[in-house]
Design a protein around this ligand. Structure first.
Ligand code: ATP
Ligand code: MG
Length: 428
């Protein structure tokens, strides 16, 4: 028995027509981002491990538990990227790109060693946007409005809700964390072992715990909002005003803290309750990281904001509510059937190239099955073809071509030199 080699747990193959839905969603998102003047940036999937430790924060779930880290042959510690912002910041610093375009997007796979379940995988994909060097709340609003437009185009706007919060400055947060730690210490007997450890590593993460008892306990905990400086409060209020002005629906969730350390001030997430059972799932999350570039380089560059959309979760949602009408009645537009004979085969090669050249968007397949015509037509049907073109010796002798509409079951014979004219009438 040959042992079957399977894919890695939590890493998936995507087959047709899922790939078609994926492409459609990707196109909708990328077109919108381009429409707002964002430029694509392609980044490596492997980075030096220290990059992530330094940016994401040592005591976050990602760094503590979820990294795919390996040693290369030279004993360098490398990590498969768990998210896109760290690599983006590294690239921006390396390319001195600060004063050119300030708006970017990326699209690609991310890797986290998580417990796989619906909407949570070990390899998943994100399309992320990043803006550097701009600090106005209008920029925060621009990202939110733009992403909101993507939900509208995908017809999922009614199945997704936006939550926003302000984390204040890193300084405010430090002050607050001291108070929170004290509170949690005094109540540590109510926490489980995992959360007890977080008191000293990342107490903020306890705030977005899903545990019911902790949620009750937190009602009496000090509130981050009481520690925010005036500037942060004003920025947050301004953003809320702009969003109201633009009729963007949102709620303020003071427990929204996000899983990465680098955020300050505005954080936001779009969630849905339409995927899987139980808690809502986040489709897109992000926030400001105004000090991150400074922290990673000597350059005095302030301000950054970004967010990332989880593509697999978005696809699950789109499929769940069937918001995208993708026409997959036909998977092939024209199925070419030559009878077996060198002369005819050469002819079909030429005709195939001609049609593809004139109709670059059509899907055209040539059959090389060489079985009898009936079997080939069965094959064309299996492929979900719209039209078949048949050329046999008789057609060669007459300079003609048989075209059959498999859907209408109608067949016509046309002169070979009228083929393109005929196809234009059908496909234009
Ligand atoms: P969660 O709280 O669900 O673990 P997160 O805060 O870790 O999410 P981010 O790091 O903000 O997620 O990533 C942005 C988006 O990427 C998420 O909102 C989600 O849609 C998607 N995402 C994150 N982790 C995974 C995963 N393991 N599998 C699939 N999608 C994911
Ligand atoms: Mg996570």
């Amino acid at each position: 028995m040959i042992k079957k080699i399977t894919a890695i747990h939590g890493m998936h193959d995507y087959l047709f027509p899922n790939t078609l839905i994926w492409k459609n969603i990707e196109n909708t998102i990328e077109n919108t981002l381009n429409n707002y003047g964002y430029q694509e940036i392609k980044l490596p999937i492997l980075e030096k491990s220290e990059l992530f430790k330094k940016t994401i924060g040592e005591y976050t779930d990602i760094i503590e538990k979820e990294m795919y880290t390996l040693l290369d042959k030279n004993n360098n510690s490398l990590t498969l990227r768990p998210e896109g912002t760290a690599g983006f910041i590294r690239a921006i610093i390396e390319h001195n790109n600060f004063f050119q375009n300030k708006r970017f997007w990326y699209n690609g796979p991310m890797f986290r060693y998580e417990r796989p379940q619906k909407g949570r995988y070990r390899q998943f994909h994100q399309i992320g946007v990043e803006i550097i060097g701009l600090k106005s709340p209008y920029i925060d609003a621009e990202i939110i409005i733009m992403i909101n437009n993507i939900w509208k185009k995908l017809n999922i706007i009614d199945n997704i809700f936006l939550e926003i919060n302000s984390l204040g400055s890193l300084k405010d947060r430090k002050k607050y964390v001291k108070k929170l730690t004290l509170f949690l210490e005094n109540n540590s007997h109510l926490l489980d072992l995992k959360d007890r450890r977080k008191i000293y590593t990342n107490p903020l993460r306890i705030l977005d715990s899903k545990n019911k008892n902790i949620k009750i306990l937190l009602k009496n905990a000090p509130k981050l909002q009481d520690y925010l400086n005036d500037k942060s409060i004003n920025k947050f209020k301004k953003l809320c005003k702009i969003l109201n002005f633009m009729n963007i629906k949102f709620t303020i969730n003071n427990y929204l803290v996000r899983g990465l350390d680098y955020y300050n001030d505005i954080v936001f997430e779009w969630k849905t309750t339409n995927i899987g059972k139980g808690n809502s799932k986040t489709i897109c999350g992000g926030g400001r990281y105004d000090k991150l570039i400074n922290k990673m380089s000597n350059k005095k560059i302030n301000n950054g904001i970004g967010c990332a959309i989880g593509i697999e979760r978005l696809i699950l949602l789109v499929e769940m509510i069937q918001s995208l009408k993708i026409d997959i009645k036909y998977l092939v537009d024209i199925f070419l059937i030559p009878m077996e004979n060198n002369h005819i085969l050469k002819k079909i090669l030429v005709i195939g190239e001609l049609i593809r050249n004139k109709f670059p968007k059509l899907r055209i397949i040539t059959s090389y099955l060489f079985k009898n015509l009936k079997k080939q037509i069965i094959q064309a049907n299996k492929y979900k073809s719209h039209f078949i073109i048949i050329i046999g010796q008789k057609e060669i002798d007459n300079n003609s071509i048989i075209i059959k509409n498999l859907f209408l079951k109608k067949q016509t014979i046309i002169p070979e030199n009228k083929l393109i004219f005929y196809l234009k009438k059908i496909f234009y």
